[in-house]
Design a protein. Sequence first.
Length: 179
Amino acid sequence: MVSRVIAPGSAARAPFAAILLTGCLLSLGACASLDSGPASATLAESSAPAAVSGYDWFMHTDADQASLAYGLKDSDDVRLGLECQRGAGRVELSAEAAKGVREIYLESGGDTERFAAHGEPSELHDGDFLTATTKTDVPVFQRFRRVGWLAKWHGDRREMYAAHAESLPAIDRFFSFCG
């Protein structure tokens, strides 16, 4: 048996290197030609945040008024509140914020909305208590109805408010009640 040693960089290695380089370039070309549009839209909906133990969305109705709040049950720890009158098609938001902030910035499944808010000093926290009123059919709320979570932005920090499976129907009932 005769064995031949090929020195690095010799002409005998050139065909192997050319085949390897061609394969890599073809692979890169195939990746670049993929359309990632629908996948990224699906990713926003399928990557829902996990629900946090103890925190959830709680609905309360009283004659012609309903509220949906995210926080700890039966406590003052409410991160975001929504209230409406039956069939009005409008919702009032309430949230805590840093002093001087006059906006409630929400996100759900890739949709975002900024709501101009009225603020006053909070009696429970060091910041301000904000309220804003808007229509129930804005895209961020329609997405919330479908995916079961909202996020509230505080500057560059995002707080996720995900529903537990058993409270998901309450979100849809709230928006149906509000109209």
